[in-house]
Design a protein around this ligand. Sequence first.
Ligand code: AMP
Length: 171
Amino acid sequence: MMDLKLLIREVPDFPKPGINFYDITTLLKDRLGLHATIDSLASPYDDARIDLVVGIESRGFILASAVAERIGAGFIPVRKPGKLPAKAIKETYALEYGTDALEIHADALEKGQRVLIVDDVLATGGTAAAAAELVKKLGGELHGLAFLIELTFLNGKSKLAGQNVFSVLQY
Ligand code: AMP
């Protein structure tokens, strides 16, 4: 088993002082690292009959579309407000200072379709919880959420109580 942590670059004080940023560009450019990353993220869902994988803008897109293709599912983007061209629904969530919001196309999925949410990093969990809310509002059956990296000390899982949460790497 490849040690993916060796390929992830940690950038201190980015984008602001005190944040240790996990930069996955160094992992994505490594062909064996990329393959092992998608394998690790996708294999728990091989037999989960997932219809659609939701990726969260923007690094989530990179991982989620590859996972979707690997498990034979479709892909749905969840984006920052104002980016999706057709009718969308919005979910607002709290940040440390202020609020942010995410949107999904209103016709992105049909009631009862089985959905997996994928993102690069689970930090405080606010982003993932908002994406989960969007899926539920459209009547999707949320099977679980998968992350490449979980920052366990931020306890993001507490915002995803009752959900099936998986992470490949923990810090
Ligand atoms: P949160 O809503 O706090 O769970 O933040 C999750 C989002 O912020 C994810 O989409 C990540 O891409 C990004 N993020 C948060 N913290 C980090 C970090 N330390 N390194 C890289 N990305 C991060």
